[in-house]
Design a protein around this ligand. Structure first.
Ligand SMILES: [Zn+2]
Length: 156
């Protein structure tokens, strides 16, 4: 399938209210990803988050929890850990602290204000680096390997 045929949205129905919600854009990328470790998603008519077991794709009738289980069946425990939110948070924290320490060391002879500002800037830059490492080094390649697609919006 060419890139221009990636679906742009999908609709799911909430069992509790029987109403439909359309997901598109970045929410669709996250919800469609079986390795995203999502446990709850948003119901627009209810205006709240509910467990993914309560939602089913309208086109297939499959619950989102079954869809996740089916498409992530081949994932090893290590792959699941490396894609998890806790690993993402840990990686971001380590990168942020390390960059913050590294940058403040470079300006160790400056006044306190400069050192604090540089350390804070280093922390933010490190957090972005950590997020980039998580996505390009772990989450995206593992997702491709486990789900067999570049873009999980193509999964049905
Ligand atoms: Zn609802």
């Amino acid at each position: 399938m060419p890139a221009d045929q990636v679906p742009q949205f999908r609709t799911y129905r909430h069992a509790r209210c029987q109403q439909e919600t359309i997901v598109a854009g970045q929410s669709f990328e996250v919800v469609s990803n079986p390795m995203s470790s999502m446990e709850r998603t948003f119901c627009t008519p209810c205006g709240a988050m509910f467990p993914i077991e309560e939602f089913a794709w309208v086109d297939s009738g499959e619950t989102i929890s079954d869809y996740y289980a089916r498409h992530s069946a081949s994932a090893t425990p290590l792959q699941r850990t490396l894609c998890s939110k806790s690993f993402m948070v840990a990686l971001i924290a380590v990168a942020a602290v390390a960059t913050s320490i590294g940058t403040s060391t470079l300006v160790a002879n400056n006044d306190l204000f400069t050192r604090i500002m540089i350390a804070a800037g280093g922390f933010l830059i490190g957090a972005f680096i950590g997020m980039a490492i998580f996505l390009s080094g772990f989450a995206n390649p593992i997702k491709r390997q486990v789900c067999g697609v570049e873009d999980t919006r193509r999964l049905t």
